[in-house]
Design a protein around this ligand. Sequence first.
Ligand SMILES: C[S@@+](CC[C@H](N)C(=O)[O-])C[C@H]1O[C@@H](n2cnc3c(N)ncnc32)[C@H](O)[C@@H]1O
Length: 149
Amino acid sequence: MNVLDFGSAMGFFSIPMAHMVNPDGKVICVDIQEKMLTVLKKRAKRAGVSNLIENHICTDDSVKLEKYHGKIDFILAFAVAHEVPDQNFMFSELYKVLKPKGKLLFAEPSGHISESDFKNSVSIALKNNFIEAELLNIRYSYSILFEKS
Ligand SMILES: C[S@@+](CC[C@H](N)C(=O)[O-])C[C@H]1O[C@@H](n2cnc3c(N)ncnc32)[C@H](O)[C@@H]1O
């Protein structure tokens, strides 16, 4: 599988996902902070998965992932959306990189945001053509699995 970890930070989830996609897949780690990706690179090397990880710096108005359009099987967007100024843009960009029927696991920390903020994010995702595949139960989070229609 090709997986995209949006807002990967230092790779808390990216490195375990790299073990899961081994040997033929890739984990594309996208973050706005270069220093996070620098640390992630070192951690991936120590974990023996640097060959499976690609780092991408993005900006608030461009994820710069055109080469992955329609090629990603699974996206993780964990605890990142509340830091993104334009969630409409975020969901529209994430939609483009997914393959048809590809999945987006979207989770937000329940200690940081309200349930109504989360519902607002869900409605923005639905407006961007995502469909709800499954409601999830992840500790300390509001979470949902979306699918590309
Ligand atoms: C709270 S951390 C979550 C990290 C990781 N997903 C996790 O759960 O361990 C949020 C990360 O999202 C990144 N971020 C914030 N705004 C972003 C944006 N517009 N695009 C990509 N990453 C962003 C931050 O730099 C930070 O590394």
